[in-house]
Ligand binder design. Structure first.
Ligand SMILES: Cc1cc2nc3c(=O)[nH]c(=O)nc-3n(C[C@H](O)[C@H](O)[C@H](O)COP(=O)(O)OP(=O)(O)OC[C@H]3O[C@@H](n4cnc5c(N)ncnc54)[C@H](O)[C@@H]3O)c2cc1C
Length: 383
């Protein structure tokens, strides 16, 4: 899910002022309701909930009898100062948490929630922010949840800001907040609703099922000349890794190409990624196999770092790195980590790759000590 408005976000100071502070709360399930064949609406009573802005999310933490915990984020469909918090959860096949929330949660069950979270993907009435730009909401599937919260807040405040919601959904049966959206569209606050059905349309629908096209987008959304604030939420197009920093990077390229002409293209070679497990997994650039397949003659520096001072200090259970260096240029082609603060180290290697800092140069740098990054020189074969 996208975690930031794609255009002209509300000024951070205004948004932050509107956003209450987060914390952990014990919530009681007050009501559940089958939202779609595959999703459940869950109403939670959360004593001490500080209220939330429209568009924010929270984390739900489940604890098994043996102490095992799983935490997942869910957008909040409600907003304002109420301690009644509404979620809508879609069931993912073989997911760990969502099947439980969709099929098994019952009234009176207790869940731990952390929030409200997310300071920037929020909308507040023009009377509070002074922001009168039109608002374009674009949703895919369950991504409509925070956008529904915004449309609901908009109607609740009788706000005159023009709103449009373009909602891409599989079938008419899969529409979240179906009745409520109809009511909002009829309310005094201006809201235009457009649907794109990807698998099955209602009877008599003018267009065949399919994904949002350029034409559909142009027909439904506010023209750029009107300077809308745009909130997009849902699954991303899988033509590049679906990561928020990458979305920002690609958006920047689109913007520069619009202004300067089509001369910029994305470079994904030094895109660092991380899996936030314990221990973390982190990776940037080519694997050894991919580098060899691409014809590079490589030096491969593989280290089990479990005996290293920093790993021992933090009692790490796994501390492993592999750095691939091009023999002819001394350029770093890839770096991969398990543990050892790899989610931070990977950024240093990404920086080196992007700006052509060689393996010798990154090894010769002087690092604050003791830190995980001070181990980089050892990772590259310097004792
Ligand atoms: C800010 C935010 C807001 C969100 N809001 C909502 C919301 O309002 N509603 C909503 O429904 N969702 C929302 N999500 C998504 C939600 O957080 C969960 O990701 C979703 O419910 C799936 O969790 P899960 O535990 O069921 O699946 P997971 O166990 O996390 O698995 C996800 C998928 O990966 C597959 N998978 C897991 N492990 C493996 C493996 N080893 N190999 C291959 N495949 C694997 C699973 O089969 C599953 O299909 C939001 C996410 C974010 C970040």
């Amino acid at each position: 899910m996208s975690d930031a408005p794609t255009a002209q976000a509300v000024a951070p100071s205004a948004a932050l002022q509107a956003v209450p502070r987060s914390g952990w709360h014990v919530a009681t399930v007050a009501a559940t309701h089958r939202e779609t064949p595959n999703a459940t609406r869950i109403e939670l009573d959360v004593p001490g909930w500080p209220g939330n802005a429209a568009g924010q999310h929270l984390d739900v933490r489940l604890t098994a009898p043996d102490g095992y915990q799983a935490t997942r984020s869910y957008s909040i469909a409600s907003s304002g100062s109420s301690t009644r918090v509404v979620l809508a959860v879609d069931k993912l096949p073989d997911g760990e948490v969502s099947p439980y929330l969709v099929d098994d949660v019952r009234d009176g069950d207790m869940l731990e929630v952390h929030g409200p979270l997310g300071a920037f993907f929020v909308w507040a009435p023009a009377a509070e922010t002074g922001d009168r730009r039109p608002v374009q909401l674009i949703a895919g599937g369950s991504g409509v949840v925070p956008l529904y919260a915004m449309a609901h807040a908009h109607a609740g405040a009788d706000d005159p800001t023009p709103f449009r919601l373009l909602y891409s959904v599989r079938t008419p049966d899969d529409v979240y907040f179906d009745d409520e959206l109809g009511t909002l569209a009829d309310s005094a606050a201006p809201l235009r609703l457009d649907f794109v059905y990807t698998r099955r349309t209602p009877d008599g629908w003018a267009t065949a099922p399919g994904r949002i096209t350029r034409e559909a987008l142009e027909a439904a959304v506010f023209p750029a000349a009107e300077g809308p604030r745009v909130f997009v939420c849902g699954d991303a197009v899988p033509t590049s890794p679906q990561l928020s920093p990458l979305a920002t990077y690609e958006g920047d390229i689109v913007g520069r190409n619009i202004v300067e002409g089509p001369k910029h293209s994305p470079d994904y070679a030094s895109m660092a990624t991380s899996v936030y497990t314990v221990p973390p997994l982190a990776s940037v650039g080519l694997t050894e196999a991919a580098a060899r397949q691409a014809g590079f003659a490589v030096d491969v520096h593989t280290n089990d770092m479990l005996d290293w001072f920093s790993a021992k200090t933090y009692a790490e259970t796994v501390a492993w790195s592999k750095v691939i260096v091009d023999q002819s240029t001394d350029r770093i082609l890839g770096a991969h980590f398990v543990g050892h603060s790899g989610q931070e180290l990977v950024n240093i290697f990404g920086l080196a790759m992007r700006f052509s800092i060689t393996a010798s140069q990154i090894r010769e740098n002087i690092y604050a000590y003791p830190t995980f990054s001070s181990d980089i020189k050892h990772m590259l074969g310097h004792g």
